[in-house]
Write a protein that binds this ligand. Structure first.
Ligand SMILES: Cc1cc2nc3c(=O)[nH]c(=O)nc-3n(C[C@H](O)[C@H](O)[C@H](O)COP(=O)(O)OP(=O)(O)OC[C@H]3O[C@@H](n4cnc5c(N)ncnc54)[C@H](O)[C@@H]3O)c2cc1C
Length: 463
């Protein structure tokens, strides 16, 4: 039997999937079988945090169910990608392998190695616009977001989402397959394309219309929470963009238009950071800006541990860090506040934070995570100036005004009145007793004083 391989990597969907589409066309043209293949590469697997491993496995199981309804099934192999592909190409006379192009340095190296030996066709699907199509007039990449986004928007997007197939050629019956480990699903983020589409629909019918304001409120569900689905391609960026654009075309209300346009801008931030990683892979190892490669960081295991576990004594920082630990996700405002706190208030190297986030985020993505950390640390492309230091108390008052988000994640503070919820250390002993929360015992005292820490950071950065 002769076959075509659809090599699934981070495109766990059948809707709007150009790699799958290419594979189907090739299989139809030559009357070949189609093998939907996932390779669990131990090198990548061991570098993947447990929450993401589980989300990925649950996503593969959901994909397998979809494939079975179409008359096919998922084939899972474990081992080195080149070795496995070589064997399959030989055994099943594979004519072509279709895969979605990925831009991480590891993926780029792996794919170029495979392309030298096998008929691998890489297709654009992770992004709306390939990083090589958004360049300055002199052919160099953009390193500042605004001109990148202008160039991104300047050319009409011609590609429309591809329909999901309604049937698939079966894969060879004798092909061997390893079992996926049984996983404990994440109740906050059920994996799969169906869930992703449901979330997108719900978001487009409500929160997107007030997203320009709502996206910053940590106590409200004002964002799409689609990042894990975009991360693993359970939703395509082209589809998300098109559906948002359709909603935009239907409204003349300025607030609603601003909400939708702001959300589309976030999709472009995602592509900006993917483009940065593609053109400057060294960002994963060092600060983008050479002048910030020698900041005299502090080493304090105790402070780092307090930050990781959500025990800094600053409620908005701690609630966000506990949200990450317990749900595998953190609100964007929380990511900025906690990142700023680690880098500026504690003067701990942003790379320690980058690692911790990669170890716990379901949406952990080298490009966006690195971009977010370097932005906050002021060391990256388009970064916030180093002297912009978030005040965790003001941020808390502004973006969680009644403290509802804090109370959801820090039960010790549930009886603390609104006037103290952002700075509970200001309660006197009677007030602490009334709130059933003794500072320093039930909930920590602040591990640093923000004003002094701010000065320390400014001095270190200036030096
Ligand atoms: C320190 C730090 C680390 C981050 N790490 C990651 C990460 O590992 N993975 C990740 O996907 N995002 C990361 N972000 C970006 C952002 O926080 C998340 O994408 C967002 O919170 C996801 O929630 P949402 O899906 O509700 O986003 P929405 O507000 O609904 O936005 C829609 C989509 O746009 C993209 N997006 C939104 N904001 C950004 C941004 N600032 N940069 C890049 N893409 C964006 C995401 O794919 C997101 O799902 C990080 C930000 C910071 C400050």
């Amino acid at each position: 039997m002769q076959a075509i391989i659809w090599w699934i990597r981070r495109d766990l969907r059948i809707g709007d999937n150009p790699a799958l589409y290419g594979a189907i066309q090739a299989a139809l043209a030559n009357g070949r079988a189609l093998i939907p293949l996932f390779i669990e590469d131990p090198k990548l697997w061991h570098a993947t945090a447990t929450p993401r491993q589980q989300f990925l496995h649950a996503g593969l199981q959901a994909l397998n169910q979809q494939l079975q309804l179409l008359g096919s099934r998922l084939v899972v192999c474990r081992g080195d990608a080149l070795a496995i592909l070589k064997q399959l190409v030989e055994e099943y006379s594979v004519h072509a392998i279709y895969a979605e192009e990925d831009y991480s340095p590891y993926a780029q190296q792996r794919d170029s190695r495979i392309r030298n030996e096998l008929p691998l066709h890489l297709v654009t699907g992770l992004v709306v616009r390939h990083p090589l199509t958004i360049l300055k007039s002199d052919g160099t990449p953009y390193t500042v977001f605004t001109p990148f986004s202008k160039a991104w928007k300047a050319v009409p997007i011609k590609r429309i989402p591809l329909p999901a197939p309604d049937s698939l050629a079966p894969s060879p019956a004798d092909i061997s397959c390893v079992d996926l480990a049984a996983v404990q699903g994440n109740s906050n983020f059920p994996a799969g394309e169906t869930e992703a589409n449901k979330r997108l629909e719900n978001f487009l019918h409500g929160p997107i219309l007030s997203y320009a304001e709502g996206r910053n409120r940590m106590d409200l569900d004002g964002t799409s929470s689609l990042s894990p689905y975009l991360r693993f391609g359970m939703l395509s960026a082209v589809q998300a963009y098109h559906q948002a654009q359709n909603v935009l075309n239907q409204t003349f209300d300025t607030t609603e238009r601003s909400g939708i346009e702001t959300w589309i801008n976030e999709l472009i931030w995602r592509e900006f950071y993917l483009s940065i990683l593609y053109h400057f892979p060294n960002v994963l190892k060092e600060a983008f800006q050479p002048k910030y490669r020698n900041i005299p960081w502090r080493t304090s295991q105790a402070d780092l541990h307090a930050w990781q576990q959500g025990c800094t004594g600053y409620p908005i920082v701690d609630a966000s860090m506990r949200q990450l630990l317990h749900s595998g996700w953190m609100h964007n405002r929380g990511r900025m506040i906690t990142a700023s706190f680690l880098v500026k208030d504690l003067l701990i190297n942003w790379q320690a934070g980058e690692d911790w986030f990669m170890g716990h985020l379901l949406d952990g993505d080298p490009a966006s995570n690195n971009g977010g950390w370097q932005w906050t640390a002021g060391t990256g492309t388009d970064a916030a100036p180093y002297f912009r230091i978030f005040n965790p108390i003001l941020q808390s008052k502004k973006f969680d005004p009644l403290g509802d988000f804090i109370r959801r994640w820090i039960p010790e503070l549930k009886n603390v009145p609104v006037r103290y919820i952002h700075e509970p250390w200001l309660m006197n002993p009677q007030e602490q007793a009334a709130a059933n929360c003794t500072i320093g015992k039930d909930y920590p005292s602040p591990i640093v004083e923000h004003g002094a820490a701010r000065e320390r950071a400014l001095q270190a950065y200036r030096a």
